[in-house]
Design a protein around this ligand. Sequence first.
Ligand code: HEM
Ligand code: HEM
Length: 306
Amino acid sequence: MTTLATTVTEVLRYRGKIGQWSWVLHRLAGLGTLLFLVIHVIDTSWVTFFPELYEEAIRIYQTPLFTIGEFALVACVVYHAFNGLRIAIIDYRPEWWRHQARAAQIVFLATIVVLVPVFILMAQHVIEFYTGRPVDLQLGLVFSRVVVPFGGGMILALLAGVILSGLFGAVSGRTGLAGPLLTQRSRLEQVLWGFMRVSGMLLLPLAFGHLAIMHVIEGVFSINQGGTGLAASFVAARWAYLGWRIYDAALLALALIHGFNGLRIIFNDYAHHPIVRRGLTWAVIVGCAALIIIGTLALINGVPGM
Ligand code: HEM
Ligand code: HEM
């Protein structure tokens, strides 16, 4: 039976086996990207619903800790995308499985080849912003406005799922799936398995395009012109084009469903109690649906007054 502890100890024991490291890194990179995306969809919706909060959110994106996180995020997306491509290709052509160790090495190499120039261009934006400006960590702001509300909110959402599942189990006497429901479930699992591969392929150009605009072409500091302008104007200018709204809508739906289904797979690996597993699955479904609704409402309503 897989537990979080066995995953950690086995990974350390199998030190040096590239397939094991690729699996762990793929999982961590996917989780890291999803963690950011949850915060990002909520704060992007503020441009519509709470414009002053949106300006603050972009200022927080420009603090040093977030700048470090921004480099890590780009590395996560690039590695996860290339490794996901490797997984999908080898699943499609199982006879290539014998080349998987070489393919994993190529993924690491391709990630480095892409990241080196991208990091240089991103670093130029950072240097430009900090020239003549003091480096202020603003740890209190990051902690009180991001770590506590978002971290706390996510933990509460998961706990609420588990508690509700426990109450449902106590009232209905049902703990897990049985009979025909199990067959339906395994058919759904097959569909979702295929969806992870197809959505990954579609996300590759969408996520890379979005990151290229936000980190390389424009840079996070340009969103509010280095603090001298309104971040909302940047978003309004992009959402003035229907094409960008459709682009963002596709990215929103695909990244959230792909990421949350990935999270569900991970929970299923480690949560063995049927009530806990059901509660976490509910939290994943409700969380994903809520974020798609919030993000879509923002895209439909646009930036007020602009
Ligand atoms: C620090 C990194 C990032 C920055 C600064 C950033 C910036 C932005 C901005 C300014 C918008 C507003 C709309 C627009 O201009 O298109 C936006 C929307 C969006 N971004 Fe990002 N982005 C980042 C990373 C990501 C990543 C990694 C993903 C997905 C994997 C992502 C997915 C989205 C989605 C789905 C929307 C639309 C949200 C909605 O409908 O409410 N972003 N982003
Ligand atoms: C950019 C293109 C992407 C590609 C090509 C891709 C590909 C894949 C593939 C093929 C899998 C299934 C792995 C397996 O079954 O072993 C997967 C899993 C996963 N993906 Fe992605 N993905 C992409 C973007 C994203 C994004 C934007 C997120 C976060 C919102 C994400 C989060 C996850 C998570 C959490 C998993 C589960 C990992 C696990 O089971 O260990 N992925 N990805």
